[in-house]
Unconditional design. Sequence first.
Length: 422
Amino acid sequence: MTVAPNFQFHNGVLHAEQCSLEDLAKEHGTPLYVYSRKALKDAWDSYEQAKQGRDVLVCYGMKANSNLAILRELANHGAGFDIVSGGELARVIAAGGDPRKVVFSGVGKQRWEIEAALDAQIKCFNVESKNELLHIAQIAADKKCVAPISLRVNPDVDAHTHPYISTGLKDNKFGIAIEDAPDVYALAAQHPQLNIVGVDCHIGSQITEISPYLDALDKLLNLIDTLAKQGIQLSHLDLGGGLGIRYTDETPATPTMLLTEVFKALDARGLAHLQLVLEPGRSMVGNAGVLLTRVEYLKPSEAKNFAIVDAAMNDLIRPTLYDAWHDVEAVSPRQSGTTALEYDIVGPICESGDWLARGRKLALEQNDLLAIMSAGAYGFTMASNYNTRPRAAEILVDGTTAHVVRPREDLHSLFASERLLP
Ligand code: LLP
């Protein structure tokens, strides 16, 4: 059993659905991202079931994986999108997503991005500061339109996650301090160019428990009461993304566990009429993807055994950036003849931080194929061309069929647009 239900062993070889990962690596080369369509559907369904027939809009946090084929799949299932840039809006439109189901988050929205979002008639701006609010109002006035807005408030709760991916604490750059929110709402309410539609928070990522959400929700519901007294009515409440996945032995809360408690809290406060918006990223795609990589060299040394592979920190930066754990599976585990040793799985990049996994017991020979598990979220989207390495190809498997949804980058394209001095 692996951590990802749609990536399992058949006849001693790891498969994505019914496709052998050995065959895919032979045909398409490595490093290679492989996604499962079924896993995507399963994750989507886990949110569908959690809705329990209520008005819930799932706006996929597309920064986790923004390949157009993934976006199209989710759009076809009915997803909206949480975007954080004009580039992501362009991807939603290119994938055939519905801009009216788009929420636009992020602390530094630029003029051109706000204009593009107004033109596309998105669902709302998740506004992160008073000055951003005024900027949006000014741009809406210039364009003679009205901007739908929701304030992203910072509820000051601890999501108990890695500090780099914790976003709901007072000293994070995100959102408007919850105690300042009533004044900023009052300002927005006076403005003819702004239409207040909701309230929003996003407290962090890879959250495995429900209690931080409920702490944040409680604060948001108090704020909604205060606003009602000011005569401000909202139509939606956005709880952000952040639900965790299993990377190794975590047992994260499910969408149903979360929403059951959220609905109870809404009902208890007489707020059942509010639409609930969610912005899940990782929990939609994280376990829908693996990164395949081949062992180039085994390098035993006095202190450590290194398996030097052809994927690197430019392909998957999570291990070195967040000290993140990804399971590593041999795609065709050796049954005999090779002793299992503890290996650090490292890439070819000239940095000591270029590692993908450390201290993993594996029976390896050179040229063996490895799968870095749970790499569907924040894998390819955080990849770079460092060391002039073309970014990996991406494959989306559907049963027995494998579709190339992004070919491997062509080496020459990496510098084709650069110019020499005259
Ligand atoms: N909404 C907002 C406003 C966000 O900032 C994020 C993620 C999401 C939704 C989606 O959160 P998710 O459901 O994926 O946890 N690169 C890091 C994760 C950074 C998350 C940033 N914000 C990683 O690889 O762990």
